[in-house]
Structure formats: structure tokens, C-alpha cells
Design a protein around this ligand. Sequence first.
Ligand code: SAH
Length: 456
Amino acid sequence: MEYRVGQKHQVIGIDYTHDGLGVAKIDGFTIFVQNLIIGEEAEVEITFVKKSFLVGKIVKLLKISPDRIQPLCPIATACGGCQFQHLDYKKELEYKKSKVIRAFHNIAKMDLEVDEVLGSDDPYHYRNKIIMPIGYDKRKNLIHGFYRYRSHEIVAMDQCYIEDKRSAPIIHTIKDLMKELAYDPYDEDTLKGDIRKIMIRTSYYYDEIMVVIITNKETLPDWDIFTKSLLQAHPEITTLIQNINLGETNVVLGNKEIVVSGSGKIKDKLCGLEFSISSKSFYQVNVKQTEKLYQKAIEIANLKIDETVLDAYSGIGTIGMILAKHVHKVIGVEVVRQAVNDAKHNALINDIKNIEFHEADAGDFILKLEEKRVKIDTVFVDPPRKGLDEKFISGLLKLKAKSIVYISCDPATLARDVALLSELYKVEKLVVVDMFSRTYHVESIVHLVLKRELEF
Ligand code: SAH
């Protein structure tokens, strides 16, 4: 049969994709349908035709799943931020578990069981960092919001139901001030405009808020009025930063920063320790779930007091510092200078003496450790989405630490890397942690144990 855009068909939801779309079949041919729940029957309209699959949208639900709930967010369907606002939270956790199992099955050719799924007590309003684009709608009204799925069209929002509630009023004031001062939002096509994006970080444990205005110019007229008015309207902002990004890039932050008010950092707590965080340093977005993640990772590592631990991709030093009291020594390595500086400062404020931080590429660093015959007992790795690179993996295989705790925000790269390490390591435990509730993203922890260690 020939499929065309606009055709309507009746389908049944049978599965979900790795990025949270419903999957159905039309005479055996795959169609992806946003928001279709497994078991539901729907009339769908084809919106996109490809050689091996179709994309469609729901026109009418004919049989509604008992797992369907009313989304809290009125723009949940249009906005590309969340994928599961319409699904019962327990089912979202089931999806996340199966997503990780499948990644291991398909990519690593390993059939693993998930030992635990750590769900969230509150899957809403958890995000402590937002990077918000601002733009014009068709009538040239200033709008803010996330992009529509797979597009660069902003879907106007009033507030976001997964971000900290303190962010939205600040964004609204910024938009009002932009209107008053005739500041244009950045246009990705023409590369013109005044303000590119707004980044807001909120502290979970303290009344602290960092606002970063990312400008497309070194200076803006009436900048003083803008910043003073913003701070006056929101005394809860404890530090305000101008970040200048003149690059033709979609990298959010530029190199140059001017601290307009406050210290240029905010502080927060994790597992009882205090952390100071700069704008460019990585910090997990969901504090409550991060505490569960770290506690679990440390528990399964089964650390001994005479051990030396490598905390690779250490960011501001969170994991290493939290586990430092259980071991003899911790060595952290991180590539972003601001983060390394934050980590060193954080070790001082928490009075942790058995930890050191190095600014380096983790791959280069681990090879050096191996050359110098530094004995590492346990390695914690927590890389970005792209996972570990070849250099780091070859370093790990040479280093032969007795155990590795791999924390990952992308099951696909995790499975790829674990397959490479399986030459020497065996998976002892797999835990799924819901850090990014209501979205398709999933965090997991894998505990790998050196095979030789298991034999003796
Ligand atoms: N463990 C920290 C940070 C994890 S995020 C935490 O839980 O908060 C991953 C970190 O890896 C980021 O801080 C990023 O800057 C760092 N990173 C990315 N590529 C790197 C590389 N090649 N070498 C070392 N660190 C790297």
C-alpha cells in the first residue's frame, strides 16, 4: 500500500520508542505516534512518510487506556520538553526500566536484569536549572518556552511543570523588561538580536537563585536599567550574571562573563555536604533524586577504608566528596576549569582533606595514572551523554581497578561502553534512577567487577 501524508488509519499502541513516542503498526508497517499509550486504539493521521516508517498524530482516541491521566501542563502535547505527562507515573518507570534492558540487549548483546528502580516522590517541579529560549511568535509578541519536538519553533509557555516554581516569575519579568527597553530576542536564522537565552539555577536547600542573561552583544543600551529593575523586582535573585556569546553556535554559554551582582555562584547541599556552583559547572538537575543516586552508587561500590578511588568526570566534586569519608584517598579528574576550581573550593569548605582534583581530559589522565603505576581500587565514572571515549576505555582496561561504578544518563552509550569493558569486567548490579521525571531520559548505575577478582 502507498502511504501519503493526510491519510487516516486505525491503529493500536504496542510499544514506545527510546525517545518516548508511541509505536503502532499499519498492516505490519511501523508508525510512530506521539502520546499514544500501549493498548490504546486510535484514529491517526499520517504526518510524515519515510522509507521504513511513518509518523502520525492522534485524531481521535477510540479506546482509552486506564493508564492515561490528564497532564498537569496545558501545553504538554505541543511542547517537546516532556513526553509522559499523559501517562501514569508507575508506567513511566516501567518504560524506563525496559528502555535500559533493551539498550543492553540490542547494543551490548547482554540480557541483564534491573535490580532496582528508584522512582521520585514528586515527579513535578524538580528541575533546578532551566535554559530558556525567548523569541517572537507570528504576531511579534515576545514568548518563552521550549522547542516543539524535533523543531526550533518555540512553544509559548506560562510556566513549566517540571521546573522549580521560582523560575517562571523571573522569566516573565525579563520579558516585560525586554519589551520596555526594546531588546530583541536572538534569531537563530539571522544571528541577530540582543538576548540569546536565559539560564536560571535555583538552590534546593537554600534561598539562592542564579540568573544568567546570555547576550548576543558586548553591551546593550540601558543595561543598567535592565539589571537594576530585574533585581528590584526579584530580590530573591542572589547572583546575576551577564554571559556574552557572540558565536555562531548553539553552545549556550560564551566565554566572557560579567558578574552583575552577588558572588557569581550559588550554593546547594547534597547528602549533607555543601557545594558552591559556578554558571559553567555541571550540577545534577534533580537534587532529591541525585541524593538517592549517589547513596545507591556508594552503597553498591562496597568501599573499603584503605582504598584509593578515582572520581572521573568529577564536575564540582560531588560524588568524590560524598564518598571520601569511606576511603583512604580520592582523586578527581574533570576537564572544565570552573568546575575544577569549584571542586577545590568545595573540598575546603567541607574540610575534606583526602581528596585532590585535576584539570585534564579523563582519558589522558587515566593513561598517565596507569603509566605511573598508581594503584586505583575503585573507579567512579559519570560521563556526559556521549559516554566514555576509546582512550578512557583503554585506560580502564589497563588500570584493572577491582570495581567500576558507571553512572550514566544515556543507556545507549552505557551499553556500548559496558560491552567494551566486558572483556575484563562482569556486571554485578544495574539500578535505574528516575532523574528526569515525565521525560524519556533515564539515569542508570552499573556496578562492574573485575572478573579475576571474582575467581579468587
Ligand atoms: N560527577 C559530576 C559531574 C557529572 S557530568 C556530578 O555528578 O555532578 C559530566 C562531567 O564530565 C561534566 O562536569 C563535564 O564537564 C565533564 N567532562 C566532559 N568531558 C570530559 C573529559 N573528556 N574529561 C574529563 N571530564 C569531562
